[in-house]
Design a protein around this ligand. Structure first.
Ligand code: FES
Length: 119
């Protein structure tokens, strides 16, 4: 998807779940995911701070069984949904890289187009 694209209608991401997207950027395609809690959303790059692999082995499977934390399928690191901080696992204390998104008109939009070009 192009920067600034409409990623999905909010209702297309089930409440308490997450969904992955690929964004075309000047530094190449970046895989991200959006996690939804009611009318609140956050997005992160889909790369574990431990060794950089995607968090989901099964597409769009980013949460633990209880849907309380994000989890990395590779070595089991657990992340806080609200800010991506790793609470337990090999990268404890590190953080998922946040990705800017905006919620408007009932949909989630990529907001990286509003960021300055990193050069
Ligand atoms: S790659 Fe995620 S915990 Fe190791």
């Amino acid at each position: 998807m192009a920067p600034g694209a409409r990623l999905a209608a909010l209702e297309e991401i089930p409440d308490g779940e997450a969904r992955g997207f690929a964004i075309r950027t000047p530094r190449g395609v970046v895989d991200i995911f959006v996690v939804r809690q009611g009318t609140w959303v956050a997005a992160y790059e889909n790369a574990c701070p431990h060794v950089g692999t995607p968090l989901d082995w099964t597409p769009d499977d980013f949460l633990d069984r209880e849907r309380r934390h994000l989890v990395c399928a590779t070595h089991g690191a657990i992340f806080r949904i609200e800010d991506g901080v790793c609470l337990a696992g090999p990268c404890q204390g590190d953080q998922l890289e946040p990705w800017p998104v905006a919620l408007r008109e009932g949909a989630v939009w990529d907001a990286s187009a509003t960021l300055p070009d990193p050069g």
